[in-house]
Design a protein around this ligand. Structure first.
Ligand code: ADP
Ligand code: MG
Length: 252
């Protein structure tokens, strides 16, 4: 039997007269990379925000590893093992890169919010070592003591990814991880995401540029005007006439 770690059932979300998500049903297999693609305005970010508790769906439910996520606060969802990278990076501008990566681990990981001050201090050395390793992995090792606010847009996104990786999430959600990046940075980020893939973490990648995800994804779901119009392996989806039409006729 296939082991689905994330299940979305009958999700509907309206913004006034606009149906942003209609009857979304989707399942993500444990350990795989699942891409959600679609033209701008298709509802991709809305879907991600529903998964992480930032938006409440009008109907339907999201379950993760047997736990219902719908109705839970975003920090509870993080503690269940779900991390996300937003379309606009959310980082601590005035802190160094190293501090930025350490903070999520000190706040959330392994129930660290319950530890006393002494235990936190002991943990800090270990977390610092790990943060340094992650920053090396993403190629930011030369800027560990730099203030995050001074980074380029591409580097900010890599920093935010590092802040997620230190949580060792079971599920990582990425909203357009290469948006606004130059070609060189895009390729570097794709290579990095491939490297993470080999570590067995489940990933949901949202992307409007379908070429970015085809080399990464095991499964692809295509959203257009709030509906899933196709899903399956990348090759099948790429050749689906409905997908071609959505992209050619869509609000690219
Ligand atoms: P995508 O991420 O695929 O580009 P979004 O999920 O951001 O699309 O948006 C889907 C649709 O919902 C768009 O038409 C957008 O304008 C609308 N929308 C998104 N968020 C809101 C909101 N908070 N209030 C009203 N409309 C919204
Ligand atoms: Mg979006």
């Amino acid at each position: 039997m296939t082991d689905y770690v994330l299940n979305l059932e009958n999700i509907n979300k309206r913004f006034g007269g606009l149906s942003a998500l209609s009857d979304i049903n989707m399942s993500v297999e444990e350990g795989t990379t699942h891409a959600i693609i679609g033209p701008n305005g298709a509802g991709k970010s809305t879907l991600l925000n529903v998964c992480i508790g930032r938006l409440k769906p009008d109907t339907g439910s999201v379950t993760f590893a047997g736990e219902t996520l719908t109705g839970r606060a975003p920090h509870e969802i993080t503690q269940l093992g779900v991390a996300r990278v937003f379309q606009t990076p959310e980082i601590f501008q005035e802190m160094t890169l190293l501090e930025n990566v350490m903070i999520p681990a000190l706040s959330y990981r392994d129930g660290s919010f319950r530890l006393n001050a002494g235990q936190k201090l002991a943990n800090q050395h270990e977390i610092r070592d790990e943060a340094e390793h992650i920053l090396e992995d993403v190629g930011l090792q030369d800027m560990m003591q730099t203030e995050a606010g001074s980074l380029s847009r591409g580097d900010k996104r890599r920093l935010e990814l590092s802040m997620c990786l230190i949580l060792r999430p079971r599920l990582l959600l990425l909203d357009e991880p290469t948006a606004g990046m130059a070609r060189h940075d895009t390729n570097r980020t794709i290579d990095l995401l491939k490297k993470i893939k080999s570590r067995g973490m489940t990933k949901v990648i949202i992307e409007h540029d379908m070429h970015v995800v085809f080399s990464l994804a095991d499964k692809v779901s295509v959203l257009s005007r709030g509906q899933i119009i196709a899903d399956g392996d990348p090759q099948t989806v790429r050749e689906d006439p409905k997908v071609k039409e959505a992209y050619l006729g869509g609000a690219q």
